[in-house]
Design a protein around this ligand. Structure first.
Ligand code: PEP
Ligand code: MG
Length: 326
């Protein structure tokens, strides 16, 4: 089995009916990057920069961040990388050197872009490091916890200001740097068309989207029966976001845990997903699974999937497919 999968490292990522799918890596460390390349990832779909802040136990300097981001881009050897701006909340910010008032509900608190926009000096240091690193290879910037367009507009403004500053300092700048929104807050998913007027691309974060849609803490084991990514409410939102992106020709990827879980590959193809981002250890399994699946057949199932009343119905629909596998 291991040897059979290893042979897939250089194979294209294609469904049985020949549709090319992008397989991207969620990568933080040099080890992840090496694994992503060894397994033939099409790029990095999610680089969680908070790891850098937490590992550091304090604020990393512009230079330290620049080196980390540059090494990431160069390590991917010309493949595109997606850097996510800081996604810390009150539960983790102190460790990173940002002093915050305690919050009763950190998951519903000053987290992600909300935190970054309240600490413009910290955020601008990160933005400068990103802009400088973007000269070393293709890069995109992803903003976490977006709820409404004004947040994305504010981030774009900070990027513009940082560009002017760097230009005055005579530092090289990338020509363009796509700015995208994580879709992980239900309001953002529902009103995604408004966000698409300001976002160059989208990445669906199903770990948080499921947590907020189902009102179930993603880390609470006692809620495993509630935190079910097959809930039709979540499927409808995912489908809505993918279709909205497709309508305006903007890229939509998905980078939650289910993106790398072969039990969800058929479902996500059915909902129209064309870019999966996952831990690099999952890439070969997902590529293998894609080869078993017929995308056009799955797409015909989408209306039934999103009209399902319960996750049991969704499971039953998916099971009819599995019995039809060769
Ligand atoms: C998500 O929320 O699905 C996601 C990919 O981001 P994180 O797990 O870092 O919150
Ligand atoms: Mg998230």
């Amino acid at each position: 089995e291991g040897r059979r999968l290893a042979k897939l490292a250089n194979a294209p990522s294609r469904t049985r009916d020949g549709v090319e799918i992008k397989l991207l890596a969620n990568a933080e460390s040099a080890t992840d990057v090496a694994m992503a390349r060894a397994r033939g990832a099409d790029g990095v779909g999610l680089y969680r920069t908070e790891f850098l802040f937490l590992r550091h136990k304090g604020l990393p300097s512009e230079e330290e961040q620049f080196v980390a981001y540059r090494d990431l881009v160069m390590g991917m050897g010309g493949l595109p990388v997606t850097i996510r701006t800081l996604d810390l909340g009150a539960d983790k910010a102190d460790a990173a050197g940002i002093a915050l008032r305690g919050e009763d509900n950190p998951a519903l608190g000053v987290r992600g872009v909300r935190l970054s926009l309240r600490h413009p000096a910290v955020f601008t240091t990160q933005i400068r490091a990103i802009l400088r690193a973007a000269c070393y290879g293709p890069m995109r910037v992803l903003v976490p916890m977006i709820t409404q367009p004004d947040e994305l507009i504010a981030v774009r403004t900070l990027f513009k200001l940082a560009r002017q500053e760097l230009k005055q300092e005579g530092i090289d700048l990338p020509e363009k740097l796509p700015l995208g929104a994580m879709i992980e807050v239900p309001a953002a998913a529902i009103t995604v068309r408004a966000l698409l007027e300001h976002a160059d691309f989208l990445a669906i974060g199903t770990n948080d989207l499921a947590q907020y849609v189902l009102a179930a803490d993603r880390g609470n084991d006692a809620l495993e029966n509630v935190y079910n990514p097959l809930h039709p409410a979540l499927l409808r939102l995912i489908c809505h976001v993918i279709s909205a992106g497709r309508r305006v020709g903007k890229s939509v990827s998905l980078c939650g845990e289910i993106g790398g879980d072969v039990n969800f590959t058929a479902l996500l193809l059915a909902l129209g997903l064309g870019e999966f981002s996952m831990h690099p250890s999952q890439i070969l399994q997902v590529r293998d699974r894609l080869g078993e699946l017929d995308r056009s057949e799955l797409r015909r199932l989408a209306p039934q999937l999103i009209r399902a009343h319960t996750h049991e119905q969704v499971e039953a629909l998916l099971a009819t497919l599995d019995s039809a596998l060769p």
